[in-house]
Design a protein. Structure first.
Length: 131
């Protein structure tokens, strides 16, 4: 049976892949069709793929949570990042007056919850008992 961290890491990895490929095929190509100057287009493209890399990194970190000396601390950091991204998307949706205009906030919140669910707890409990 696959470990929880492996399952959630794979979900996060697929999310990063969809973000990179799907975003390039939809948002980035659409942006390239506009009259936006080359410099802002390049900045937006780089930023898009920096986020893709970061989502992939978060997925990798979740996958290896059970190898961390303090997995709950690491999980808190990852969950915090997912929730910060989720909050940004949610806030922008609410500002636009359309909750579901860009539902990325929900996926990121789910990834935060799944990461917390997957975080190994027994290792820290055992370590705490020996101190």
């Amino acid at each position: 049976m696959l470990a929880r961290t492996t399952i959630v890491g794979l979900i996060g990895g697929v999310t990063a892949l969809i973000h990179g490929v799907g975003g390039q095929l939809t948002g980035i190509q659409a942006m390239n069709q506009t009259t936006l100057a080359a410099s802002p287009r390049l900045e937006l493209l780089a930023t898009w793929h920096m986020i893709t890399i970061h989502l992939g990194w978060l997925a990798y970190q979740v996958w290896r949570l059970d190898r961390q000396p303090q997995p709950l601390e690491q999980a808190r950091l990852i969950v915090g990042q997912y929730l910060a991204y989720s909050g940004l998307w949610l806030g922008l949706n609410l500002l636009a007056g359309q909750l579901w205009l860009a539902p990325q906030w929900l996926l990121l919140a789910v990834l935060a919850g799944l990461t917390w669910w997957a975080a190994p707890r027994n290792k820290q409990l055992i370590q705490g008992a020996h101190q």
